[in-house]
Design a protein around this ligand. Structure first.
Ligand code: FAD
Length: 462
């Protein structure tokens, strides 16, 4: 009487419907994680995420061992490995969380076919990796919501299932061999200040956030230097925290900060229901604007300056360097640098999305590709031609220049030496030449007015 639980983007024991269902009736359970080379080939095996994943698997294994179980890790094609483990343990059923991506949905279909051919059942569980499952709320006119506000109205009216406690015991059958657990120490290319992963860490962070941080979220979430957001995104990506549980706990906390925070979690579900309905939007324009993005040598050089945080536009460069150092970037930074790449430099959003996926610890197909499209104006933004000015945004979101100074020390030092303070840091081209030379900070790759004129012409807005 055995069931296999396949863990994917749900690396936790609390509020885990597949695990709960597998344990029902006193069954023994094989908690399984498969490192699938197909996921690596698709570009998802970036060092930062592999390091965070290693922490998550170790923590999951430790949690299972406290309950009498252990994690089985295999390497290979997911469908073949699940079938092999099921055959080795004579499992009657397999449980897993529903998937949203095209890859995940295909894998689910293949798995169902392969298991049924062996006479075993596959049970797919909703509301594990989202609060509201994709497809649970739909507009009258079409299969999915393309605009956030009406989606959010309906999302907010949904009754969520109650969160489940972690099981007290997880009895496992003898037998199935496991590969050694990965460890972050063995990986190279990991960002120096990457956050630690794991369910324990996620739950501590969530508790601290709900106790103190969330209260000021409505006022402070846009403050670049203040770091007033939850930083729960990698935990949501790897599922060390349950979105259903977070929404319940934030609502219980109450207040404008918690409400604003819950709204952001709805954005996450929103993008997932778009990707679920239109899997091609991971790569192709959701709405084409007939863009003929710049290409060629000059564009390649601009893109490289952008990647390295050397565009000469301080707030853009600061955010890009935060990404390289932490494997994470503030949401306002993401909006700014994406607008800069796609609109000021007029470079294809896919170039930026790929760089983000290489570095972001929370790099996530739905959130990344669809936020990039939102900013590029090829997605679900209702104002597709808006352009964010780094100077205006820098002055508003980093008024005393603390964020820029933190990430661009060469500029900060030169400014300090010249006695320049405050928001002047956002327009270094206005500084005396001696200060600019001393800093070694690059001249702008393009002036903002020129970038804007090029964009308006390209989109036929003149
Ligand atoms: P908080 O402000 O504390 O928000 C709480 C949670 O709500 C986040 O953890 C996240 O799960 C969700 N959330 C917040 N904003 C958004 C949003 N705009 N869209 C969807 N969900 C949201 N987020 C990712 O998780 N992975 C990505 O790969 C990713 N790529 C992005 C690319 C671009 C160009 C942009 C503009 C945004 C991207 N985001 C992505 C969304 C957002 O920037 C991050 O989720 C957020 O910055 C994470 O920090 P936090 O956990 O402190 O957020």
């Amino acid at each position: 009487n055995v069931a296999v639980v396949l863990f994917t983007c749900d690396l936790r024991l609390h509020d885990h419907p597949p695990l709960r269902a597998a344990l029902a009736g006193g069954r023994q359970v094989v908690p399984l994680f498969v490192r699938d080379p197909a996921v690596d080939r698709a570009g998802f095996a970036a060092p930062n995420r592999l390091a965070f994943l290693a922490d998550c698997l170790r923590d999951l294994d430790a949690g299972l061992r406290e309950r009498g179980g252990r994690l089985v890790v295999r390497h290979g094609d997911t469908v073949e490995e699940v079938c092999r483990v099921a055959a080795e343990t004579d499992a009657a059923e397999v449980h897993l969380a529903a998937e949203v991506s095209a890859f995940g949905q295909r894998r689910e279909r293949r798995l169902r076919g392969a298991l049924e051919a062996q006479g075993r059942a596959l049970h797919v569980h909703d509301a594990v990796t989202t609060a509201v499952p994709p497809g649970a709320v739909t507009p009258a006119s079409s299969g999915h919501f393309a605009v956030f506000t009406p989606y959010f109205r309906r999302w907010s009216q949904q009754t969520l299932r109650g969160p489940l406690a972690a099981p007290r015991a997880v009895p496992v059958p003898d037998g199935p061999a496991s590969e050694p657990l990965p460890s972050r120490e063995k990986l190279s290319g990991v960002a120096p200040a990457l956050a630690p992963g794991g369910e324990g860490e996620g739950r501590r962070r969530l508790a601290g956030w709900l106790r103190t941080g969330v209260t000021a979220y409505a006022d402070r979430h846009d403050d670049l230097a203040g770091d007033g957001t939850s930083r729960l995104s990698p935990h949501l990506h790897f599922g060390t925290l349950s979105p259903v549980e977070i929404v319940h706990r934030a609502r219980r906390r109450g207040g404008p900060g918690a409400e604003a925070f819950v709204r952001q979690l709805a954005w996450r579900d929103f993008h997932r229901q778009v990707l679920f309905a239109r899997p091609a939007a991971a790569h192709a324009d959701y709405r084409s604007r007939d863009d003929r993005w710049r290409s060629g040598r000059a564009a390649a050089e601009d893109a490289e300056a952008w990647r390295q945080g050397r565009t000469g536009h301080p707030v853009v460069d600061a955010a890009m360097r935060q990404l390289l150092h932490e494997g994470w970037m503030h949401n306002r930074g993401r909006l700014l640098v994406a607008s800069f790449l796609t609109k000021t430099l007029y470079i294809d959003w896919r170039v930026g999305a790929e760089h983000f996926l290489r570095h972001l610890v929370d790099g996530d197909l739905a959130n990344n590709q669809l936020n990039w499209q939102w900013v590029a104006g090829t997605g679900t933004d209702t104002r597709p031609n808006r352009v964010l000015s780094p100077v205006a945004q820098g002055r508003r979101l980093d008024p005393d220049g603390a964020y820029v100074r933190r990430w661009l020390p060469e500029l900060a030092d030169a400014l300090d030496a010249a006695g320049v303070t405050g928001a002047a840091v956002h327009e270094p081209w206005k500084l005396p030449e001696s200060v600019r030379e001393r800093s070694g900070y690059p001249a702008p790759v393009v002036g903002l007015a020129d970038g804007l004129a090029r964009f308006r012409q390209a989109r036929g807005l003149e």
